[in-house]
Design a protein around this ligand. Sequence first.
Ligand SMILES: [Zn+2]
Length: 621
Amino acid sequence: MKSGYTYIILLMSFMAVEGITQIMQAQITKDIPLIPAPVSMVKSAETFTLPAKTVIGYSHKDLAFSAEYLKDFYTFLTSKRVQSKYYKKERAKGTIAFVIDPAIQQDEGYSLKIDKKHIVITGKSPQGVFYGVQSLSQILFAQKRAGDLRTLPCLEITDYPRFLWRGLHLDVSRHFFDKEFVKKYIDILALHKLNTFHWHLVDDQGWRIEIKKYPRLTEVGAWRVDHEGLPWNERPVQQPGERATYGGFYTQEEIKDIVAYAAQRFITVVPEIEMPAHVSSAIAAHPEYSCRQVPIGVPPGGVWPITDIYCAGNDSTFLFLEDILSEVMELFPSKYIHIGGDEADKTEWRRCPKCQKRIKDEQLMDENELQSYFIRRIDKFLTEKGRILIGWDEILEGGLAENATVMSWRGTEGGIAAAGMHHNAVMTPVTHCYFDYYQSLDRHIEPLAIGGFISLEKTYSYEPVPEVLTGEEAKHILGAQGNLWTEYMLSGNHVEYMALPRAIALAEVVWTPATGKDYAGFLTRLENQLDLLTSKDIHYYVPSVEGLPDTTHFKDTIRVELVNPYPFGEIKYTTDGSEPTATSPIYRNPFYLNRDTVVKAALFLKNGCSGRVKTGIYRKI
Ligand SMILES: [Zn+2]
């Protein structure tokens, strides 16, 4: 233990029962509001003042991007420039020094040390240093909020992630989002030390990736008739003569640009090329690879069930898919290639002579085993190319392909089954990780969503390793991921609103040791992060006020008690039926009503963002 330091290990303190440790821990959490919470942090009462001439020095060329990133952030905060300098051969000097140290054990690990003389970020790899930069950025931002950016607390952080796979997904098929938004989304991942972007490029309602060998996939498959004004599930299919004008796709050049942008931020882009189902867009372009071989249009909205899927009895289907996957592998260096595999309706396979012949020739039991045959064949192809197949948990049905990794979405059972068979799994259960679900019980004041309800606290409570797994099996749980299906999200702002702050909670789930999680502490730290997001023009959900019933009847008088779900921000309210604004009265204490009243209230954050207005109607009887 170094003298001069108040020695506090964040995680230990949660286990400690002494009140004083709790108070100190709460204070350190508030002062240094890092999200995700680091493995350990030691804070001193001493401070370090950034000099007027701050220099970022780095000792390895691969650290240049992190130096630029921190420079940009510093300029963003202060409008002042700092210098960066590359120190060849010698140990980096400067006010802020970046160092590579192979002695650090964890591949993505880093340490951040602020002492009275300088700041040093040490990583085992450039990736670790990048995460150290993210932590330092959060500290600088917190100091700015506190009014003195240049005076930093002396501290020492030792940190590394709990899981390898820290993912966020984006469906660009149901609605298309342009390259600039995809980059902004990647920025959001980077801010939270997430390292995997699962890019859902193919689905029924749009094929979004240019494939040179099959230009019709995007000429036809990327476009649908524009029924955006109608409810998702009530959109008529394309009629003869109707033009498909709604959609878009990424050229291969754009994809290379995005993949490189993500790689600079140590984010792997995992492409998803759906098969054998969720491919109406592909069949619209190439009906010859479906069982019926009948032309269909790209569905402009929800169609269920979708029975037109790839024909598993036709060898040319596999050649077509191998051609596509070959181009995909050229574009994406990711070890994992996601092939979907979910929700395949087998109606046409039951009727199709070719599919039935395949079942007979390959001595398969049924259509489930035919699906398994399909996935195994693709698994073999990807494995030969040195890649790993990952698919939704339906790929377990009829037998799991030899080298496959399972993405468990219908619950945790898929992940448990995979781990039990010594296959890897990524957990993304619909119970905690589906960020297209409502995040509030006040549905009627929220933008239309697909359904369900997953609160911030629910996501935060998620434990990716199911209890039933043995220690050995648990090693097969690679991590977890949040999914953003975009049937009901038409704009980037809306995607951000649905993703955040739940993705921030998930970031802590996949980074911070389980013993270090604490929802109350997380909420305390959240304010700093939300302010940071606002400063970067990133949108997020702000909760509605609790305690207001929609309509209630009372005799004589009734007590009204409003509750702010956050430990920050203020409730503002009105009792005259008008919409509350930033200048409305602040709610401080419960109050009483003795006549018919409409109470309207909303949560207002200091940064200007506010939650939706909740209305309570009180009727005296
Ligand atoms: Zn068939």
